[in-house]
Design a protein around this ligand. Structure first.
Ligand SMILES: Cc1ncc(COP(=O)(O)O)c(C=O)c1O
Length: 418
């Protein structure tokens, strides 16, 4: 890492000013505007109180919070506080606070992930993380990246560009035939059979947004046993599943923090084992000169008020309890899956087993396009989504802001569709 600081970079041209400033009295820092935000009372043990921390439209059962989050009151307040200061004096506020606040986010992420702060790179989204990782990972001509037929567009596009650049190849494997009947054995053995001696990277997604299947990642990394780097798009497991990166045994984990964690929009991260970062060459120059190794976050001036407020999202999650949040998501998902499975004309595509699914639930409605079903449900106050895959399915997500009443209302309106 070069021995410069951002101040040094910017300050090169103002060295004369700095010299003459040495003779002048230092300006008294102006504390800037103080923003007072009143927060609703909060009892983290009470799910109604958790729900009350959000500004979601109370008139609808929002079963699509996982697509793009709205943040709880503490996160919105932190964004507002930082924003007022940035509007007042952006440069001074940045210089006075960037190291502390970047480190606070990385410390909170590391605690959540079971790693260390210098293993964390801050990004704007899962998509940015996937693009950086797959384009920065060191490969030689003839090396192969193995991915699956169940991954997201951003993984496929990142890999396509990467392989077009330097002669590495990419191949896809199908891990299960019928998602509803997928098993740990089927998934692990299909992946094992597809690994070749030149497979250097395995690009997977933890929870498939196409089907709701959750990969048995621990079993997979045990099977791979270090023969290739295992990289995981974790966005629908991060903030929803209990395992942390260390438990999963992956080499790299990529996630947005603006879905199940309910962090500020436009935030995300990459975590990598310290040794795995040695296989990575940065793509975007960093401004984070405190960082060690190659995990330095991509630089340029950013919407720091959002990035820094990710720390509050981790704190909110922690105050409720990670185990309680996972249990709640799975309990509501089980209720919804049980109900959907009992409706004639509905085919559930997500496994019923809690170890092979998280909070995403996909189904189809006999004789109806998923988009039609989604639109009809919305007219009845239920917000669902449609999977951006082929085949497309009607999709729901049970997050910590949902209630039993949301699930019942969803079931009632789905019944009315068939
Ligand atoms: C599996 C998966 N990865 C990545 C993304 C994109 O996430 P982000 O908005 O954080 O880029 C999505 C959906 O939005 C997704 O379903």
């Amino acid at each position: 890492m070069p021995n410069v600081s951002r101040r040094g970079l910017i300050g090169g041209a103002i060295a004369v000013g700095a010299l003459s400033a040495a003779c002048d009295p230092a300006p008294t820092p102006n504390p800037g505007p103080s923003i007072v935000v009143s927060l609703p009372p909060f009892d983290p043990k009470d799910w109604a109180s958790v729900r009350a921390q959000f500004a979601y439209d109370p008139a609808i059962a929002n079963m699509a919070t996982f697509v793009f989050a709205s943040s709880p009151a503490t996160v919105r307040a932190a964004i507002a506080r930082h924003q007022a200061q940035f509007d007042f004096n952006p440069i001074e506020y940045l210089h006075a606070n960037e190291v502390r606040n970047n480190n606070a986010v990385k410390d909170a992420a590391a605690e959540y992930l079971g790693g260390t702060a210098h293993e964390v790179m801050l990004t704007d989204s899962t998509t940015m993380g996937l693009g950086l990782l797959y384009n920065g990972i060191r490969l030689s001509p003839g090396d192969e990246i193995l991915t699956t037929e169940h991954d997201f567009y951003a993984t496929y596009e990142s890999l396509r560009w990467r392989t077009a650049r330097d002669g590495a190849t990419v191949r896809r494997v199908r891990l299960y035939e019928d998602p509803a009947k997928a098993s740990v054995d089927e998934i692990v053995s299909n992946l094992a059979a597809a690994i070749r001696p030149n497979t250097k990277v395995i690009a997977l997604t933890w929870v498939h947004s196409s089907t709701g299947v959750t990969l048995p990642v621990k079993e997979i990394t045990r099977m791979v046993a270090g023969r290739a780097l295992v990289c995981l798009d974790s966005v629908h497991g991060f903030g929803a599943e209990l395992s942390n990166a260390a438990d999963l045994g992956v080499d790299f984990l990529v996630s947005g923090t603006h879905k199940w964690l309910f962090g500020p929009r436009g935030t995300g991260l990459i975590w990598g084992k310290t040794v795995a970062w040695q296989q990575y060459l940065p793509v975007i120059p960093t401004f984070d000169f405190q960082a060690r190794g190659n995990s330095a976050s991509p630089g340029g001036y950013k919407s720091f008020e959002y990035q820094w407020s990710v720390a509050e999202a981790f704190a909110f999650h922690k105050s409720i309890g990670r185990d309680r949040i996972t249990a709640r998501i799975k309990e509501l998902a089980a209720k919804l899956k049980d109900g959907l499975a009992g409706i004639k004309g509905i085919t559930l595509h997500t496994p019923r087993a809690a170890e092979l699914s998280a909070g995403i639930i996909c189904c189809s409605v006999e004789g109806m396009q998923p988009t039609t079903a989604k639109n009809l449900l919305y007219t009845k106050g239920v917000l669902a989504s449609v999977t951006p895959y082929n085949p497309a399915y009607l999709r729901f997500g049970t997050s910590m802001v949902n209630t039993e009443a949301d699930v019942e209302r969803t079931l009632k309106e789905v019944r009315a569709l068939v």
